[in-house]
Design a protein around this ligand. Structure first.
Ligand SMILES: [Zn+2]
Length: 333
């Protein structure tokens, strides 16, 4: 029996360091069902694969009313677009892991693998705030900073899957050290870990000004986090607001280079830092408009992500549906 594309489903998987979510997504990008399980990355990649296969098989692969034709996986790490190998995923502690091959062998369905923020970008492009827009860029700031690029309606992955890694764009030549080994990256200012580092330094240097933030952290400077900075800023705390302003300006500096380099129509911002920091989008947009070329700014709109936490699974599922149809289960992608 053949399955018509319109009545079939794709599964989108968001493979994160702490939890893995799988969603059954219809041809219109709507989530029909979802399942969630702890990733337990410390038990190694074989265990993670087994967990995914068990979850997907039990819930989605034996239902004749909801035939599944493809599986898409967004992974928090660097993914080789040519062979679906996870090159490096520090949060999972994976290196050179052939996740596509392993999942295809276990489930007998075509699998597409991409970086998690590339999946989010594709979700927003096809079914979210970027629907109908040809050229767009996503920048997501959470603990780290990731991104994705769509040009002419197509996801740009780059030769080795690295396209859209805006978090590691240098915005200050001799700036603070970054997790990647470089200095002065956008992530070293805007990533949650970097904001927490800066907040702790400020609290230590200015105990009076930092009193409210320290109080929120139960008096322990080590517990000062980006989330607490967002909370304190929402209550009007001056030191926290200063941190938000600095973060927004740094983000705007990065966005100006992105706008000049790629000339998108839409810049989509999301992630925990963007959600949790009051006025961050406005501050970043103000700085962006101060710096970028007029020709890049004229058509540009800066917006927040619309699909929220669902963008990744929806994007991965749609990407799998669209790309694996050409590839089949065994050819090169
Ligand atoms: Zn970096």
């Amino acid at each position: 029996m053949t399955t018509s594309a319109e009545s079939s489903y794709a599964i989108g998987i968001d493979l994160g360091a702490t939890k893995t979510e799988a969603a059954l997504v219809d041809a219109d990008g709507r989530i029909a069902d979802r399942q969630r399980t702890p990733t337990e990355a410390a038990k190694g990649p074989d265990h993670v694969i087994e967990t995914i296969v068990t979850m997907v098989s039990a819930h989605y692969l034996r239902n004749a009313d909801r035939p599944v034709t493809a599986i898409g996986v967004g992974v928090a790490g660097q993914v080789d677009p040519n062979n679906g190998v996870v090159r490096r995923a520090p949060n999972l502690d994976w290196r050179e892991f052939p996740i596509r091959e392993r999942l295809e062998a276990a489930m007998g369905l075509p699998v597409a693998v991409l970086n998690d923020v590339q999946a989010i970008t594709y979700g927003e492009c096809r079914r979210g705030v970027g629907h109908g827009v040809g050229d767009l860029v996503c920048v997501f700031a959470g603990t780290g900073v990731g991104g994705g690029v769509v040009i002419g309606g197509e996801l740009v992955r780059g030769t080795s899957g690295n396209a859209g890694e805006f978090g590691h764009m240098t915005i200050e030549r001799d700036g603070p050290p970054c997790s990647c080994g470089n200095r002065g990256c956008l992530e070293a200012f805007v990533g949650g870990w970097a904001i927490a580092r800066r907040a702790r330094e400020k609290v230590a240097a200015e105990p009076m000004a930092g009193a409210a933030l320290l109080h929120l952290a139960n008096g322990d400077p080590e517990r000062v986090s980006a989330a607490l900075v967002g909370q304190a800023a929402s209550h009007g705390d001056a030191l926290a607001r200063e941190l938000v302003e600095e973060t927004g300006v740094a983000l705007g500096v990065g966005l100006a280079s992105i706008a000049n380099a790629l000339n998108p129509e839409l810049l989509i911002l999301g992630g925990g830092v963007v959600e949790g920091f009051p006025d961050l989008v406005d501050i970043a947009e103000r700085e962006l408009r101060r710096r970028a070329l007029a020709a890049a700014l004229k058509p540009l709109r800066v917006v927040r992500s619309k699909l929220g936490a669902d963008a990744g699974v929806i994007g991965a599922a749609i990407f799998a549906r669209e790309t694996t149809r050409e590839r089949g289960t065994s050819g090169a992608s």
